[in-house]
Design a protein around this ligand. Structure first.
Ligand code: MN
Length: 158
């Protein structure tokens, strides 16, 4: 089992390498908000474990084993981020928290979160329950409840 931190590195290297073909130490440091020297230290460890290949002047690339883990972590990240965005967590917070949650959840939980995300996204129209949820977040009242309450008041007064 890799540490959370190691998983974060593989995920970051995957994302950077996707854009640039390789990842430099300073790219990784920037992406993870850590110092270049701590990147070098971790990259050496990942290199020894067979997860990345590190050549001083060519930067860091993932081995197939490292890529598999990087992709899995990134997949969990996008699933959780989408879920948090559906429940109206602001984008930057959703992105940060996805990076925390992604390491801990059971595969079954991730699968169900992903099912929910895909379910919401594949709805032909914007889901009404989600519209109601937005109103609920603002007012603390479920619009259907409010509707019923108005009907009751109306019945009593007529
Ligand atoms: Mn992440």
């Amino acid at each position: 089992m890799l540490s959370r931190k190691a998983e974060d590195y593989l995920e970051a290297i995957l994302r950077i390498a996707k854009m640039k073909g390789y990842a430099r130490i300073k790219d990784i440091a920037l992406a993870l908000g850590v110092t270049p020297s701590s990147v070098v230290e971790m990259v050496k460890r990942l290199n020894d474990g067979g997860f990345v290949e590190y050549r001083k002047y060519d930067g860091v690339t993932l081995t197939p084993k490292g890529e598999e883990i990087g992709k899995a972590v990134w997949g969990r990240h996008t699933t959780i981020r989408s879920f948090l965005e559906i429940i109206k967590v602001p984008e930057d917070i959703a992105n940060k928290d996805a990076c925390i949650i992604e390491h801990e959840l059971h595969a079954k939980t991730i699968e169900q979160v992903k099912n929910l995300v895909n379910f919401v996204k594949s709805a032909p129209d914007y889901p009404q329950w989600l519209e109601h949820f937005e109103i609920f977040c603002r007012t603390g009242v479920h619009p259907c409840e409010e509707e019923k309450r108005k009907e009751r008041v109306h019945r009593l007064s007529s």
